[in-house]
Ligand binder design. Structure first.
Ligand SMILES: Nc1ncnc2c1ncn2[C@@H]1O[C@H](COP(=O)(O)OP(=O)(O)OP(=O)(O)O)[C@@H](O)[C@H]1O
Ligand code: SF4
Ligand SMILES: [Mg+2]
Length: 344
């Protein structure tokens, strides 16, 4: 069951403050993440949504300090986990946190499995790296965890090589690997995007039931607002390196206030709604080497005015547990939005 909490009243298990991650490239400085604030509440799922290139994966990789460096650096900010600032920890301390406390399912899981080792050996290796287990104990644990993620006959399938498994099975193996050490936080970067719809639903159900069992917190990156609605308690909408709207799923779905969020919602076909009501956000996410001045969304925004082109809005509270970064978010709502797109 999805848990609903007011995040304002809960001590977060992970808190990101003003995170900035830059890439110093030959073409110029790419500000991939530029002042992101986020919090995760224990035992719940936070959805992180946004178009391609807006900084979702880089935010996730920063938490585990896996930003390729050079050219990347964490230029500023804090990532607080159990009172420690992960940005300042030594590599040795981070190694102890990766996999044990915080695990990640990477965006390209199919390429994360080594084709020349059996899946059993690959999971065993992760267990033996992080836990003091003998080879026999690690094998038993591998079979147990494969069983838990729904791999039939795990005692036989541990001898399979990745190419002998279907996409859905490989994804389950990746989840099993991420869960071997019973992490407090699971970062799932588009864990089901490459899979067909039925398998996607099974993977999400599986993650949800594992969360119910273990109380882990999940950061779920997705393009799919349907996934957010089914699994997350809170959602952060990211655009061009910043969070532009944040709140409980109920509040954001019922009362979106940022024109980008409204555009994302109106671009999903809903059964029973007229095709004319669909809206496609014009243009593309801006090139990070040439972000527009002011609000980065203004070239695509139906509400943009002079001030938007010069002054970047900050993330302001609309009400408890709901924030948006738009100069006009207190007056824009879904009714005004509907009128606007009708006349656009
Ligand atoms: N190694 C790198 N060197 C230079 N720029 C990078 C590097 N990795 C990422 N970037 C840039 O950082 C920005 C954010 O990338 P990120 O991968 O976080 O996007 P994303 O939101 O995860 O997109 P997608 O939905 O396609 O996965 C992009 O502009 C990307 O080009
Ligand atoms: S600040 Fe202006 S351009 Fe940006 S989202 Fe709000 S209305 Fe649109
Ligand atoms: Mg990504």
């Amino acid at each position: 069951m999805k848990k609903n909490y007011t995040s304002d009243n809960q001590e977060p298990i992970l808190k990101i403050n003003n995170l900035k991650v830059y890439f110093d490239t030959d073409e110029g400085l790419i500000k991939a993440v530029d002042g992101v604030d986020l919090k995760m509440i224990k035992g719940t799922t936070l959805g992180l949504v946004g178009e391609s290139g807006c900084g979702k994966s880089i935010t996730c990789l920063s938490i585990l300090r896996l930003i390729p460096s050079p050219p990347g650096i964490i230029a500023d900010g804090e990532i607080i986990y159990k009172g420690k600032n992960l940005v300042e920890l030594s590599e040795k301390d981070m190694e102890a946190i990766r996999g044990n406390d915080i695990s990640m399912i990477f965006q390209e899981p199919m390429t994360s499995l080594n084709p020349v080792f059996t899946i059993g050996d690959q999971i065993k290796e992760v267990i033996m790296l992080h836990q003091k287990k003998t080879s026999i104990e690690a094998k038993e644990l591998t079979i147990h965890i494969l069983d838990k993620v729904g791999i039939p006959s795990p005692e036989i399938r541990i001898n399979d090589y990745p190419h002998q498994m279907s996409g859905g099975m490989k994804q389950r193996v990746m989840i099993a690997m991420a869960l071997t050490c019973n992490p407090e936080i699971l970062i799932a970067d588009e864990p089901a995007t490459a899979l067909d719809v039925t398998i996607q639903a099974q993977i999400l159900d599986l993650m949800q039931s594992l969360q119910d069992e273990s109380g882990m917190s999940i950061l779920m990156v997705t393009h799919d607002l349907g996934v957010v609605a089914s699994i997350a308690s809170h959602v952060a909408i990211m655009y061009a390196s910043k969070i532009v709207e944040y709140g409980s799923v109920e509040e954001i779905f019922e009362n979106p206030r940022h024109p980008y969020t409204l555009g994302l919602f109106t671009s999903i076909p809903i059964i029973g709604e007229k095709k004319e009501d669909l809206y496609v956000i014009p243009g593309n996410v801006p090139n990070p080497l040439a972000f527009p001045k002011g609000c980065k969304f203004w070239p695509r925004c139906l509400f943009a005015t002079k001030i938007c082109k010069v002054l970047e809005p900050s993330l302001e509270e609309i009400k408890q547990d709901h924030k948006a970064a738009c100069h006009f978010s207190k007056s824009i709502d879904k009714y005004i939005w509907k009128e606007k797109i009708k006349n656009a």
